[in-house]
Design a protein around this ligand. Structure first.
Ligand SMILES: CC(C)(COP(=O)(O)OP(=O)(O)OC[C@H]1O[C@@H](n2cnc3c(N)ncnc32)[C@H](O)[C@@H]1O)[C@@H](O)C(=O)NCCC(=O)NCCS
Ligand SMILES: Nc1ncnc2c1ncn2[C@@H]1O[C@H](COP(=O)(O)OP(=O)(O)OP(=O)(O)O)[C@@H](O)[C@H]1O
Length: 202
């Protein structure tokens, strides 16, 4: 099974691109989704987060208050690293399980969509890395609109990741998402044909 790591900066369009690849028939594993699964009530990671950061990061019903925890960790790199120390091993374990199941099912190509593919050193687990790229100003705008964040909050989230220009240099393939959704769809379709479907036939 060929595993393509799909990464990029926050709000660069990884999920949007992955959904388009999925529509064309690719298998997709999304690290952000796994990150949500490992903090569901009853999971060990949630208990450790509450022990470490206090009850203020829990909602009254015991679920994780994502806004409260995000407010802490995106303003404090050492708190962010503590959180990653709790969640990343659990996320990696789930990703491995999902990849194993896809392999057993005879899947040809799987995308592993992860915002922190480079930062968390997961590149050795994938065969190649594709980067969804966006210029900084468009990134700030799309992030503010999607998550209802102030400019300052958007900038602190962006600052917690490797600069997009650096990620762009590290990708085998760069998907440029500065244009319209139609532009993105056209690039995905071309990559699907040239990099996945044709190679499979050949
Ligand atoms: C801090 C949390 C609760 C905030 O939740 P929220 O719903 O506001 O954001 P969400 O999880 O949807 O993430 C949105 C984006 O933020 C960025 N982001 C998330 N975690 C991190 C991090 N540790 N470092 C840098 N960027 C991050 C990613 O680009 C991600 O796509 C959440 O992001 C979290 O649990 N993060 C730690 C787990 C992690 O590292 N996830 C990234 C995927 S491995
Ligand atoms: N080409 C585009 N034109 C306009 N808006 C877009 C385009 N591509 C994506 N978007 C929007 O930009 C926002 C970010 O896209 P998306 O959620 O796919 O990014 P992401 O890289 O998965 O983000 P994250 O790292 O936060 O998970 C979304 O609101 C999405 O609808």
């Amino acid at each position: 099974m060929r595993i393509i790591g799909l990464t990029g900066g926050i709000a660069s369009g990884k999920t949007s691109a992955a959904q388009l690849f999925e529509k064309l028939g690719a298998a997709v594993i999304d690290a952000d989704q796994l990150a949500r699964e490992v903090v569901q009530p009853g999971e060990e990671a949630l208990a450790r987060i509450a022990e470490t950061f206090g009850d203020k990061v829990l909602n009254p019903d015991g679920t994780l208050n994502r806004a409260a925890l995000g407010g802490i960790v995106f303003a404090d790199p050492s708190a962010r690293r503590t959180l990653e120390g709790i969640t990343h091993p659990a996320i990696k374990k789930r990703a491995e399980e999902k990849l194993r199941r896809l392999r057993e099912a005879g899947t040809g190509t799987a995308f592993y969509v992860a915002p922190l593919l480079f930062e968390a050193g997961i590149t050795s687990r994938v065969h190649e890395v594709w980067v969804v790229y966006l210029d900084r100003e468009t990134q700030i705008e799309r992030l503010m609109v999607r998550d209802g964040l102030s400019r300052e909050a958007a900038l602190s989230r962006i600052a917690s990741q490797m600069p997009m220009e650096e990620k762009k240099k590290l990708g085998k393939i760069v998907i440029d998402n500065r244009g319209s959704r139609e532009d993105l769809e056209a690039q995905v379709l071309k990559l699907w044909r040239e990099e996945i479907a044709d190679r499979r036939q050949g």
